[in-house]
Write a protein that binds this ligand. Structure first.
Ligand SMILES: C[S@@+](CC[C@H](N)C(=O)[O-])C[C@H]1O[C@@H](n2cnc3c(N)ncnc32)[C@H](O)[C@@H]1O
Length: 302
C-alpha cells in the first residue's frame, strides 16, 4: 500500500537524538503559541495535523493550555508511541484523541492508486498516465472535515505537512524507471495544488473565532543542494525580519515543492486577519536544515 510510505518515513531510529536536536525548534513553536494565543485565551479543543512522532511538540506543555487535543496522522502507531515516549500521565492521556489512518488530501484513493499502477505496469503511454493523474487531481473533493466528523476546532496546528503531501505520488512515479522522469516533472505542480487544497481544508477545520498555526519547511539547507554555506547569512536576514530578501536571493530555484507555495497561498487567503509571521531555521539532521516560515492568526468575521 503506497500510503505506508508515511509509516516507513516515521520509522527511522534516533528519536532520542532528534528530541534533543529539535529542542530549539520546539521552543520556538511553543513560544509562538504562548505569546500569540495562550497569553489571552484558554483553548477548548485543539488539533494537530501531521502529529506523527510528535517530536516537534511537547505534548505536556501544550496540554496545560487545552481541554482536549486531537492528534491526526495517517500513521497511527507513531502517535501512539509518542504518548509513551513523552511519558504522559493518565490524566494527560485522557485529554488526547488519536485519529490515525486519515489521509489529508483525498488524492490517494485506493482505486486511483491501483489504476495508476496498472497503467504503468501495462506500459501505457506516459503522457496518458499524466493526463489520468491530472484529471483525477482536479476531481478530488475536500474530505478531511468529514473524516474528522465535521468537528471544527478552536486551535488547528499543522507542521511541515504541506511538503509531505506529494510523497506517495513520488513513490508511484518511482515504480518504473521508464515513467519516473515524466511523472516527476509533474511532482512540483501537483505538490502545489495539493498544498492549496490542504490550506482550504485547514481553514474549514477552524471554528469562528478560533486559531490556526501552520509552519512550512520552505527551503532545504543541505550539503546536497550546497545551501548550508548560507545558513549564517539567512539567519542574519531572519533576525532582521528581511523575509522578502531571503525569498528574492535564495528561493529563485523554487524551494521545497508544496511548502513554499503552501505558505504564499495561505498568506493570500488569510492576510485580512493580519497573521503573525515567524521564521527560523530547523536543524532537521546533522547535515540538513530547513528554513521555516510560519503563520499564526485568529479567524474573525471581518
Ligand atoms: C514532517 S512530519 C511533521 C513532524 C511531526 N509532527 C514530528 O514531530 O515528527 C509530517 C507528518 O505528516 C503526516 N502526513 C503527511 N502527509 C500526509 C497525508 N497525506 N495524510 C496523512 N498524514 C500525512 C506524516 O505521516 C508525518 O507524520
Amino acid at each position: 500500500m503506497i500510503l505506508n510510505i508515511y509509516e516507513q518515513y516515521n520509522a527511522d531510529e534516533g528519536c532520542h537524538e532528534r528530541w534533543k536536536r529539535w529542542e530549539q525548534h520546539r521552543n520556538t513553536l511553543h513560544s509562538v503559541l504562548n505569546e500569540q494565543i495562550f497569553s489571552s485565551a484558554g483553548i477548548k479543543d485543539a488539533v494537530i495535523l501531521g502529529a506523527g512522532r510528535c517530536e516537534d511538540v511537547d505534548l505536556r506543555r501544550l496540554l496545560k493550555h487545552v481541554e482536549s487535543l486531537t492528534l491526526v496522522d495517517y500513521d497511527y502507531n507513531s502517535m501512539e508511541k509518542a504518548l509513551e515516549r513523552q511519558q504522559l500521565s493518565r490524566q494527560e492521556k485522557e485529554k488526547i484523541i488519536l485519529e490515525g489512518n486519515i489521509e489529508f488530501t483525498g488524492f490517494y484513493g485506493e482505486d486511483f492508486v491501483t489504476e495508476t499502477l496498472d497503467k504503468i505496469k501495462r506500459k501505457e503511454n506516459p503522457e496518458s498516465v499524466v493526463q489520468f493523474v491530472k484529471k483525477h487531481l482536479s476531481s478530488v473533493k475536500d474530505s478531511l472535515g468529514e473524516l474528522l466528523d465535521n468537528r471544527p476546532y478552536s486551535l488547528v496546528i499543522s507542521g511541515a505537512v504541506h511538503s509531505q503531501l506529494i510523497v506517495p505520488f513520488t513513490q508511484i512515479a518511482a515504480f518504473d524507471s521508464e515513467y519516473t522522469d515524466r511523472l516527476m516533472q509533474e511532482a512540483a505542480p501537483i505538490a502545489n495544488i495539493l498544498a492549496e487544497d490542504y490550506n482550504r481544508s485547514l481553514l474549514s477545520l477552524v471554528k469562528e473565532g478560533g486559531w490556526l498555526f501552520s509552519y512550512f519547511d520552505v527551503m532545504e539547507l543541505s550539503e546536497r543542494n550546497q545551501m548550508l554555506a548560507y545558513e549564517d547569512m539567512i539567519g542574519g536576514l531572519i533576525a532582521q525580519e528581511e523575509y522578502d530578501k531571503i525569498d528574492a536571493f535564495f528561493l529563485q530555484g523554487g524551494g521545497v515543492a508544496g511548502a513554499r507555495q503552501g505558505y504564499n497561498h495561505l498568506y493570500e487567503l488569510v492576510k485580512q486577519y493580519e497573521p503573525y509571521k515567524k521564521c527560523w531555521i530547523w536543524p532537521f539532521r546533522d547535515n540538513k536544515k530547513y528554513y521555516i516560515r510560519s503563520l499564526c492568526f485568529k479567524l474573525t468575521s471581518c
